[in-house]
Design a protein. Structure first.
Length: 282
């Protein structure tokens, strides 16, 4: 029996259309960049520290702002592969920000988290000059991106620093320990210290962010288990956290759907952003 195929974290073994979906991500993202007005800026000194700001066709100032953090198990993909997320966000008049960060194992986990936080700092300080409302900020992330996005509201100090109103976490990793027994350990070399320090399940989160946790119906067991446990963890801390299983979706089709407003995932993202839109206008 193929031992690799037994690994529930090796997505390619469990998503038959993996390569086709990746190709679709990139094709749709190129089309988004050709269609929407966007700006690329540096939020830090390294070549990895860039982000794209996508603007709606009709920008009503100040507009809600949504940040997306891409996945790829912390070691692959880039912001350019996920531009299409802006299709859903800008369709409701909000500004979409898709951020890039360095990849493991060239850097360690702490660098990625510092970069996601630095990118959000840049947005908070600069988005008003581009027509955005920093007081109406939402975030989302997929897979490793969901893990990274969670560190924008993990403690009261962090939550007050970024003032994220709501978060959508899709197919996320909230317990790093099992990954040390997966194929991924040979690729990113997680340390004991990283597992202990950067496992969201073991942290006390500030109960001020509405959190929508989503997982595809066809995802492997660990993703369902971690989504359920993390949602319960947040609720026990006093946060408003929901858990939604996306019908018929797998780990890759679910993130593709985020860029299609008519899908279940796209509707969840729309609802998240519109919630802050209503709050900021009323």
């Amino acid at each position: 029996m193929n031992i690799r195929a037994q690994d529930p974290f090796r997505i390619r073994d469990h998503v038959a259309e993996f390569d086709n979906i990746v190709a679709s991500l990139r094709t749709r993202s190129a089309a988004t960049r050709a269609r929407l007005r966007f700006e690329t800026v540096r939020y830090g000194p390294s070549q990895d520290e860039t982000l794209d700001i996508f603007f709606p066709r009709h920008l009503s100032k100040p507009a809600p702002v949504h940040i997306f953090v891409h996945g790829g198990y912390w070691r692959m993909f880039s912001k350019d592969d996920y531009s299409y997320i802006a299709d859903t966000v800008t369709s409701i008049g909000a500004i979409a920000v898709v951020i890039d960060y360095a990849l493991m194992p060239r850097v360690r986990m702490m660098t990625l988290i510092d970069q996601v936080r630095a990118a959000t700092d840049w947005v908070m300080e600069n988005i008003a000059s581009r027509g955005g409302d920093p007081s109406a900020l939402t975030v989302s992330g997929h897979s490793a991106g969901a893990h990274l996005a969670s560190w924008l509201f993990d403690e009261p100090e962090t939550a007050s620093r970024f003032r994220v109103k709501a978060a959508l976490l899709l197919g996320g990793i909230y317990d790093l320990a099992p990954l040390r027994h997966s194929f991924l350990q040979d690729e990113i070399h997680l340390t004991d210290e990283e597992v202990k320090r950067w496992t969201p399940m073991d942290r006390s989160f500030a109960p001020v962010v509405d959190c929508a946790i989503l997982v595809g119906e066809q995802e492997t067991h660990p993703f369902h288990d971690q989504a359920m446990r993390f949602q319960r963890h947040l609720v026990q801390l006093g946060a408003r956290a929901s858990l939604t299983v996306l019908k018929g979706a797998d780990h890759m089709s679910s993130v593709l759907d985020l860029g299609a407003p008519e899908t279940e995932a796209g509707l969840a993202l729309t609802k998240l952003v519109q919630g802050t839109q209503r709050a900021s206008s009323g």
